[in-house]
Design a protein around this ligand. Structure first.
Ligand SMILES: [Zn+2]
Length: 158
């Protein structure tokens, strides 16, 4: 282990002390110049491990994010509702103002209707196709970032 102030190999006791606001490993000679001494350090860890950053779990007050989404089983719901109403695909397509292939692909599940289209279908078929879901995708990242910031503040104060 070397003294971080004079650079010489430390043979006797090594100390952890503050010199010019920097925390350094110091030899017995240099420790006299430290404004603050944390005491002798062993050979194991040259510096104390940095204090764990506070990770506040309380969330930043935020409005719940609600998003409208087309239900996952829209295909079945559209087909069942259309058949229940006795409509052919052609008739439904005409009511929607789209090609019959669009209706077919929606019923096959290969074409997810847009929100506008889903709302039209809801009105025509009297079926629920749009639901509100809570948007949670961003939560983790935002909290992480916030914790990071608080941690920095705490460290600068110390
Ligand atoms: Zn020294």
């Amino acid at each position: 282990m070397r003294c971080e102030l004079c650079g010489e190999e430390i043979r006797g006791k090594a100390y952890l002390g503050v010199v010019d606001r920097a925390t350094l490993i110091l030899c017995e000679r240099c420790v006299k110049r430290a404004s603050k001494v944390y005491g002798p350090v062993g050979g194991g860890a040259p510096r104390p491990a940095p204090a764990p950053r506070p990770r506040p779990r309380r969330a930043r007050p935020r409005a719940p994010r609600w998003e409208e989404e087309v239900v996952v089983d829209y295909a079945e719901r559209i087909r069942e509702a259309r058949e229940r109403m006795g409509l052919t695909r052609d008739a439904l397509a005409a009511m929607l103002g789209v090609k019959v292939s669009v209706v077919r692909r929606m019923e096959e599940g290969t074409l997810m209707p847009t929100l506008d289209m889903a709302r039209k279908l809801e009105r025509i078929l009297k079926v629920k196709l749009v639901e509100l879901v809570e948007e949670e995708r961003l939560e983790g990242g935002e909290l992480e970032e916030w914790g990071e910031t608080l941690g920095d503040v705490a460290i600068f104060k110390g």
